[in-house]
Write a protein that binds this ligand. Structure first.
Ligand code: ADP
Length: 167
């Protein structure tokens, strides 16, 4: 049985993350989505909210399980028996950071294999931080995030009731 871990901060989960999770779920017997509780960035959603949103968005994928973790990612991967770590690669900006992380993870955990999925064309420029920024300025983001996330952004007051697109 092949088990994989797709880890990140998912603040919040976007259609770009969904695309990677969906594709990976077809390849591995079991896919864990690991949500790192305390990343070194300003968070909009609490760990409970990030887990709830990802669970709701991914509920239709039966071999996918969403949990939070607080340890080193490679330690978490070992604790759930993952042989593979899945990452998404967008064309601009991701490579250098992902390469550095992959080298470090290989040092820390030589048996854990990294697998990179190229971001689909329509999600190349999509990031959770951009979603938060656009939503906070009243931009329409509902086509870029799962419905539960669009609703949560609205609840947070990050999306104004009357969406403004280009006026
Ligand atoms: P981000 O804040 O960049 O969305 P995360 O830590 O939540 O970051 O990302 C987790 C993983 O998902 C990383 O491997 C990241 O490169 C990947 N990822 C993020 N957004 C996308 C996207 N739009 N398409 C493909 N992969 C993505």
């Amino acid at each position: 049985m092949t088990t994989a871990l797709y880890a990140g901060s998912f603040d919040p989960i976007t259609n770009g993350h969904m695309d990677i999770a969906t594709r990976a779920s077809k390849i591995f017997d079991k896919l864990y989505i690991g949500i790192f509780a305390t990343p070194n960035k300003n968070l909009t959603f609490s760990i409970e909210e990030r887990v709830r949103l990802a669970r709701e968005a991914l509920a239709h994928l039966k071999n996918v399980e969403v949990n939070s973790y607080t340890t080193l990612t490679v330690q978490y991967a070992r604790s759930i028996g993952a042989q593979v770590m899945v990452r998404g690669l967008r064309a601009v900006g991701d490579f250098e950071w992902e390469f550095e992380q992959a080298m470090m993870n290989k040092k820390l955990s030589p048996h854990l294999e990294m697998m990179f999925f190229m971001a689909s064309q329509e999600y190349q420029f999509l990031s959770a931080s951009l979603i938060r920024e656009v939503a906070s300025l009243g931009g329409e983001v509902s086509c870029l995030v799962p419905a539960c996330v669009a609703e949560a952004l609205k609840q947070k007051g990050l999306v104004k009731a009357e969406q403004v697109l280009d006026n």
